[in-house]
Design a protein around this ligand. Sequence first.
Ligand code: SF4
Ligand code: SF4
Length: 206
Amino acid sequence: MNAAPPLEKDVVPDPTPPENGLSFVEEIHNLLHASVGNPISSCIQCGTCAATCPVASGGFMEHTPRRIIALIRAGFKEQVLKANTFWYCASCYQCTVRCPRGIDIAELMYGLKRYTVWKTQYQKGLIGPVFSETFVKMILRTGRSYEPILATTYIFTFGLPEMIQEAQNGTALMLKGRLPLLPPRIKRLENFKRMIRRIIPLGDSE
Ligand code: SF4
Ligand code: SF4
């Protein structure tokens, strides 16, 4: 068993007292209440998830899944929320399948995405949070996903070459009748919106 990873000098615990009486560790624990396993207390820091993760192994994550759990346990809230780790997670579930403690690490990644969007505390410049916000707004307005709007978010982030490629793809799909010209709307949209508002803390996102 490996020891917990050392923390960098610039990583300092968040001194802000919890706004709702819960510590960061408790908030993340509650966030994952419905999932199997508790990554906060049952992780043994063996590093299997980090070694298994294709994204972490490729050097794309600022902190490996193992390290994210160590940071949560140590209360480094700001460093966790600003990490790109969960936004770069490809949801391949290899970590979840191989964890010797049966921890659903992929679900932890989803949970951290939800948490950072809810708190509007995420690393600027990442496509994931913008994409998620656009998707939720679109679903609230029409009840359906409409790819051209989602693609626009991606295109404005990644620039002209992607824009040309996506425009060509979109045109080809429309000509084949695979993509509608206008966003479709579901029936009884107001009922759907009421249901969504009960599930997601939307704030002023619409
Ligand atoms: S594989 Fe499981 S027990 Fe090992 S470090 Fe990752 S989460 Fe912790
Ligand atoms: S689910 Fe995410 S964190 Fe786990 S191995 Fe796959 S990419 Fe890595």
